[in-house]
Design a protein around this ligand. Sequence first.
Ligand SMILES: CC(C)(COP(=O)(O)OP(=O)(O)OC[C@H]1O[C@@H](n2cnc3c(N)ncnc32)[C@H](O)[C@@H]1O)[C@@H](O)C(=O)NCCC(=O)NCCS
Ligand SMILES: Nc1ncnc2c1ncn2[C@@H]1O[C@H](COP(=O)(O)OP(=O)(O)OP(=O)(O)O)[C@@H](O)[C@H]1O
Length: 204
Amino acid sequence: MTQNNIVTGEIASGKSEFCKILSKLGYSVYYADKYTKMQYNKENLNQLENIFEFKIDLLNIDYRKLREIIVNDSKKKRKLEKFLWPKILLSIKKDIEKDNKIQKKKFCFIEIPLYFEARDIVDKILTPNKIIYIKRSYESRLEDLIKRDKISPRLAKNHIDTLKYDSENYNKVDYIIDNNLDLNSLEKKAKNMIKLLETGEVIK
Ligand SMILES: CC(C)(COP(=O)(O)OP(=O)(O)OC[C@H]1O[C@@H](n2cnc3c(N)ncnc32)[C@H](O)[C@@H]1O)[C@@H](O)C(=O)NCCC(=O)NCCS
Ligand SMILES: Nc1ncnc2c1ncn2[C@@H]1O[C@H](COP(=O)(O)OP(=O)(O)OP(=O)(O)O)[C@@H](O)[C@H]1O
């Protein structure tokens, strides 16, 4: 059976850069954010509008506005997550199974930004093998988020501060990838991690 490995980390820590490297190395990567977007469809529209209390135009979705609503309203955020998480995770699982029928792979990787928040349901549906945590300093994340999303420092700070993991979470992961150097160094770390995954070794 293919081993599902989770890639997680705080906002703008470099999860996607890390996953890009894994994909370049030939591994299958599934992005939870992409599956989130797929849920904004006709079938889910009524439920979504009830949760947001806001009309959603499926042809022109203002995700920034939706994000703002849930960042400022924890009740709506919880309702939305309760509704979407099972759908997101089950569709990832379905795709992994479908891909496996075509080409059997030993490992695959799933990028899940909110793994620690969604841990119970992720563990139940995807039964992960290893949890990989990407770590990067607050200052670098802030600087790169401003550049990547072309947003003001205030907005970037606000976005980063909505999702903070306490250091206790470090004890719940199998690999910590320190992404405080350049992208070449991140690639070296990815290759090293693959070697460890092959042998089942754990480093922290
Ligand atoms: C809030 C929404 C509309 C924002 O859409 P948007 O296009 O702006 O962002 P996208 O989906 O690409 O996510 C970008 C980042 O926002 C953060 N984020 C996403 N959902 C949440 C959330 N529920 N709580 C806190 N931060 C979140 C994550 O760091 C994520 O990487 C959307 O993310 C959503 O519907 N989220 C709820 C479902 C969910 O929890 N998805 C994440 C699965 S891990
Ligand atoms: N080691 C690095 N050196 C230089 N730039 C980096 C490095 N790591 C990440 N970046 C840059 O920082 C920004 C954030 O990285 P990335 O998009 O991979 O983060 P993420 O964790 O996937 O973000 P999000 O939580 O928003 O999904 C990107 O513009 C990326 O190119």
